[in-house]
Design a protein around this ligand. Sequence first.
Ligand code: BTN
Length: 243
Amino acid sequence: MDLIKLSAITSTNSYLKEMCTQTQLKDATVVWAQAQTEGRGQRGSTWQSEPGKSLTFSVLKRFHNLSTTEHILINMATSLGVAKALDKLKIPKVAIKWPNDIMSYDKKLCGILIENQLKGKLLSSSIIGIGLNVNNVEFDNLPQAGSLFTITGKNYELEEVLELMVRCILEELEKLEISSHDELKTGYEARLFRKDEISVFEREDGTLLNGIIRGVNREGNLCVELEDESLAEFSLKEVKLRY
Ligand code: BTN
């Protein structure tokens, strides 16, 4: 991998996106910033990180035969790669909270923001942004956040964690164009947070719904068994897992 280390930047995703318009960057180029001033999260949220304690980086991955409709596979492969990296660090109870928050027990350790570039019907490349709480001790007003440190009580070398994460993520992404996606789906589903447990979901209109997560469909929508035992499929816009 080509690693670009920066001290401070608005957002590694934005920086990498901008660089892609100016130069022909190599596949697997990684931008790692010590600090982000305008870190971006999913659904238009912001991402807070602590310089020297958390990892904020983005990976450029090029694809040759993925179609635009297959973008969900990139989310699934990235989530699985992060989860496998955390396994290697012996982080307990690692799970993927649909669609791509990485948890240990009930704490969110890592967030993923993927931005895709399309060329006609093909998905030509993705910018995969990762925010991982590593040695953080405190989280202002974020009761659901945790770090590797808060889970294990150990401190980690940031660059070592970065290298491991990038290696595991790329390993999963590289499989996308050479092998069947069934293995990916099975691996992702096996790690779904609160799978087979009764959960409460919030619909778009704020009303609540009880159900049991059973898996995801081919489009990446969440399959939930409802109280009357029917199976419903929800897109990201339709529901949010409450608890
Ligand atoms: C989430 O909301 O859970 C996704 C957070 C993604 C944060 C990372 S940090 C590196 C990259 N640059 C950004 O601005 N966002 C992503």
